[in-house]
Design a protein around this ligand. Structure first.
Ligand code: CMP
Length: 136
């Protein structure tokens, strides 16, 4: 079964949208296999988003991802990576399809309510980042 990581980001957590977002992913056929709430340190956020280091949005991204609590959620289903990206919608909420998480709850490309792994390999790496291998 394929695995992917959802992060409910600080804007959505602060706006009390976590329950609605979790319902959307469960209704889309995902099984929640691990979940927690945490406040990331800047070092943790930089490690998680290391692939974006050097990009103009890197520092604002770290500011945002450490600005409040996040909820990392490990999810499983067939085609989990692609399916979660569908449920999230495009990175920029202004371009996300109606009814998607980012269209409903995102504010702009920097404050976009949710993260989803972008490949099967990153799904495994990112779920292990928060949950190791032992919790499943
Ligand atoms: P996420 O899926 O978490 O992956 C990287 C994040 O960087 C992305 O969502 C956005 O929140 C943020 N970001 C900010 N600006 C950009 C941009 N121009 N292109 C891509 N991602 C961006």
């Amino acid at each position: 079964m394929e695995r992917t990581l959802l992060i409910i980001k600080p804007d959505a957590v602060k706006a009390s949208r976590s329950g609605e977002i979790l319902k959307m992913v469960v209704d889309a056929g995902f099984e929640v296999i691990a979940m927690r709430m945490t406040l990331l340190t800047r070092e943790q956020a930089a490690k998680f988003y290391a692939i974006h280091e050097g990009k103009p949005f890197f520092n604002p991204l770290l500011d945002y991802m450490t600005s409040g609590k996040v909820i990392p959620v490990a999810l499983e289903r067939e085609n989990a990576v692609t399916k979660l990206r569908e449920v999230l919608g495009a990175t920029d909420p202004a371009k996300a399809a109606p009814g998607t998480i980012r269209a409903l709850f995102g504010t702009n490309i920097e404050h976009n309510a949710g993260h989803g792994s972008d490949s099967v390999e990153n799904g495994r790496i990112e779920t292990a980042f928060f949950f190791g291998e032992m919790e499943f």
